[in-house]
Design a binder for this molecule. Structure first.
Ligand SMILES: [Zn+2]
Length: 448
């Protein structure tokens, strides 16, 4: 496979030495052999992960009191595991412990911090994540995924994600500029400098080929383009859209593919952990970015690690972090892990994401992922991309909008009710609206 990407711009941080330096050699060797971590045999990936986990454990043991005391309480006399299964004995990190606390798991001197990112903190105090300059510009860019990312210096990438506080905007900016050599249009998302019409205009003027944004904002941009007389497919011709920030179903993704006339793929990450998984062109789930993180699935009640194929909470250990490594961080997201049998040939494990634990909808005796309900709702082409799922005493009401249809409200509501009953056996109320609010922030679709 020819190496399309440039990867020409890794910054060197002078006189820097870190527990992560050793992995520069590992990745250089792969480069020299024309390989990436994506196509190594899985035993080799696991060998690397064990080494990286132990390097991280040693780093947090030496540099952070909290991590060290937790490890000691768990019976560790040295920061080391002998095989990957033993990671299950390392204490997990809960959000509550680090919420609102800047230093709890900080593993460098405060003066070493290059940048601080915050979670949006919709529920209480934010989580602070500190990156060193080397985290951002050196270690984070070491693992390459040339099969998953096809962007090159020929591309123009529009980034319509928040640049304030959280990681997404700046994270993608670095990835595109430094790894792929791509020109970037930093559209942002709803800041006062970033009205939708100007964003679309810029994409048109610079002939953007890639768009990175959230599912709801991708629909908002498409919708608004019609108002401003910018024709998608003619004035803006994208090759690819990366979706992140909010999850969505595969049918929602396909609706966007149709509207934008290009491939749309998911990118799963978080401000605390960075990149976690990326969809390949087969769209059979997320390939786990095993160069950056080790992913486990646990039973959220017992904390026990679950085998491949079982659904549970996603737990992430970052492998290449100096400033604030996350060790067995409980993400609050649900998912299921499988060994890769993907036609694309990539060896990285495959994650099926189910959404956030607190967003699960209890209907009757069953928990439903909102993505699953969305999946079936979006199968109906007369239903628009904006909707609400409202749960009241175990009863679901779907509020939906019409999309390019002649059906009356009544007929469409009936059609949705029948479809949901036939497809997943859910009895629901349906209200057709034409005023579901558009948002620049995270779209709120679930109310329970
Ligand atoms: Zn694949």
């Amino acid at each position: 496979m020819e190496n399309f990407q440039t990867h020409k711009m890794t910054v060197s941080v002078d006189k820097h030495s870190s527990h992560l330096e050793q992995f520069k050699d590992f990745y250089k060797e792969l480069d020299d052999q024309g390989k990436t971590i994506e196509n190594l045999p899985h035993e080799k990936i696991e060998e690397y992960q064990l080494k990286a986990i132990n390097a991280t454990l040693e780093h947090v043991w030496n540099e952070n009191e909290y991590y060290r005391s937790r490890l000691e309480e768990a019976g560790f006399t040295e920061p080391k595991i002998d095989h990957l299964e033993q990671l299950a004995t390392v204490p997990m990190l809960k959000k509550d412990v680090i919420r609102g606390d800047k230093e709890k798991i900080l593993c460098v001197e405060p003066k070493e911090i290059g940048q601080v990112h915050l979670t949006s903190g919709t529920s209480g105090k934010p989580i602070y994540t500190s990156y060193t300059l080397a985290d951002q510009y050196v270690y984070d860019l070491l693992p390459k995924y040339l099969e998953l990312f096809k962007e090159t210096e020929e591309d123009v990438a529009a980034i319509a994600l928040p640049y304030e506080f959280a990681l997404p905007g700046l994270g993608f900016q670095r990835l595109f500029q430094f790894a792929f050599g791509t020109a970037v249009l930093s559209l942002g998302k709803g800041g006062y400098m970033a009205p939708v019409d100007k964003s679309l205009e810029l994409m048109k003027e610079y002939q953007a080929t890639v768009l990175t944004t959230t599912p709801s904002y991708a629909s908002l941009l498409a919708e608004e383009s019609e108002k401003y007389g910018i024709e998608i497919g003619k004035d803006i011709k994208l090759k690819k859209i990366w979706l992140t920030g909010e999850g969505c179903s595969s049918t929602f993704r396909q609706r966007l593919e149709k509207w934008w006339g290009c491939e749309v793929s998911f990118f799963y990450g978080s401000t605390e952990c960075g990149v976690i998984g990326v969809e390949c062109s087969k769209h059979q789930g997320y390939h786990v970015m095993e160069g950056h993180i080790k992913l486990e699935i646990i039973d959220p009640d017992s904390g026990e690690v679950l085998p491949y194929g079982q659904t549970g909470e996603i737990v992430v250990t970052t492998l290449l972090r100096e400033g604030m490594p996350m060790v067995r961080y409980r993400s609050g997201d649900l998912g299921k892990l499988q060994k890769s049998q993907c036609d694309c040939g990539i060896a990285l494990d495959v994650l099926e994401l189910r959404g956030r634990m607190e967003h699960m909808l209890r209907i009757g005796d069953e928990d439903y992922s909102p993505f699953m309900i969305e999946h079936f709702l979006m199968e109906l082409p007369d239903v628009g991309l904006w909707y609400h799922l409202k749960l009241n005493k175990g009863e679901l009401t779907i509020e939906a909008e019409k999309f390019r249809t002649d059906l009356s409200d009544k007929k469409l509501a009936k059609k949705i009710r029948k479809h949901m009953k036939d497809r997943i056996g859910i009895d629901c109320n349906v209200v057709i609206r034409d005023d579901i609010p558009r948002t620049f922030g995270k779209a709120t679709r679930v109310f329970n």
